[in-house]
Design a protein around this ligand. Structure first.
Ligand SMILES: NC(=O)c1ccc[n+]([C@@H]2O[C@H](COP(=O)([O-])OP(=O)(O)OC[C@H]3O[C@@H](n4cnc5c(N)ncnc54)[C@H](O)[C@@H]3O)[C@@H](O)[C@H]2O)c1
Length: 253
């Protein structure tokens, strides 16, 4: 079976930079591109500190989909998407690659949203309808779904992590691709995206995040906060940022 030696990543945002780091850490060469040079530089900065790799252009032998989850280095699943013409050999090569990256693989046919987004995004969209119709506050909707259905976080919190622009674009893909009105994006979601409320990455989504600290939510930054007590008085919080490559820096707030 052919062994993958180089991976091309198109887009250097949340997903692209994460996938590039994951792949580079598995000792594969990575070519990452982006239409926006600022985004590319930001993506490179995120991973460049210790994952510099030589990159070269390659050719695509055959197209097959790998759908990573966010954040790619942490999430267990990769959906492999097979088209009707995808050869078993190509599927085997890509499955082998995903397993080398430490992932569990599921296989989906090439339909809009594959499996995970086909089920997840309508739930998130419905949470926006519930919010728009005043059925509950964001907190009520999130806590209700988190504790009531045993999910690690509620759908609106998750939408802010994913990016509301990304959620809207996936709903549009489902709506257009499947042609069923049940996938129409919620007007409130459209309104938030039009307002530039793209979630954590922009500092504002369903919830507000201090925009000067929005970058702290990047997937590769783990935050450890220590309260210091001086003579019984709580001192400023000391935050240690530890990225995946153990670079540590301290900030006093
Ligand atoms: N965010 C998630 O949770 C998540 C999870 C799985 C898959 N995805 C998918 O990954 C993709 C990227 O999402 P993201 O969250 O990283 O978004 P993002 O906004 O963080 O980054 C997208 C990047 O792609 C670049 N770009 C746009 N058009 C391009 C083009 N034609 N060529 C090269 N670069 C281009 C943009 O400049 C931007 O830097 C989307 O298709 C999304 O559906 C996202």
């Amino acid at each position: 079976m052919a062994q993958v030696k180089m991976v091309g990543v198109v887009g250097a945002g949340q997903m692209g930079a994460g996938i590039a780091q994951l792949v580079a850490a598995a000792n594969l060469q990575v070519l990452m591109s982006d239409v926006d040079s600022v985004a590319l530089a930001r993506g490179m900065r995120t991973i460049a500190s210790s994952l510099a790799r030589f990159v070269k252009k390659g050719t695509l032998a055959q197209v097959i989909g790998m759908h990573f989850m966010n954040p790619p280095p942490l999430m267990q699943l990769v959906e492999i998407v097979r088209g009707p013409a995808t050869a078993d050999e190509v599927f085997g090569t890509i499955k082998n690659l995903a397993e080398r990256l430490g992932k569990t693989v599921t296989c989906s046919r090439d339909f809009p949203g594959f499996i995970v987004n086909r089920i997840l995004m309508p739930m998130i969209n419905e949470a926006f309808y519930a919010l728009m119709e005043g059925i509950g506050s964001p907190q009520d909707i999130d806590v209700g779904m988190k504790l009531g259905t045993n999910q690690p976080m509620g759908p609106l919190t998750l939408a802010d992590f994913i990016g509301l622009d990304t959620c809207l674009s996936i709903m549009n893909v489902l709506h257009k691709g499947l042609g069923d009105s049940k996938y129409r994006p919620c007007p409130l979601l459209i309104q938030y995206v039009d307002a530039g409320w793209h979630g954590r990455k922009s500092g504002r989504g369903v919830y507000s995040y201090n925009s000067s600290l929005a970058w702290l939510y990047d997937w590769d930054v783990k935050i450890f906060a220590l309260h210091r007590l001086y003579h019984g008085v709580k001192a400023p919080i000391f935050i240690i940022l530890k990225d995946a490559n153990t670079t540590i820096m301290g900030i006093f707030l």
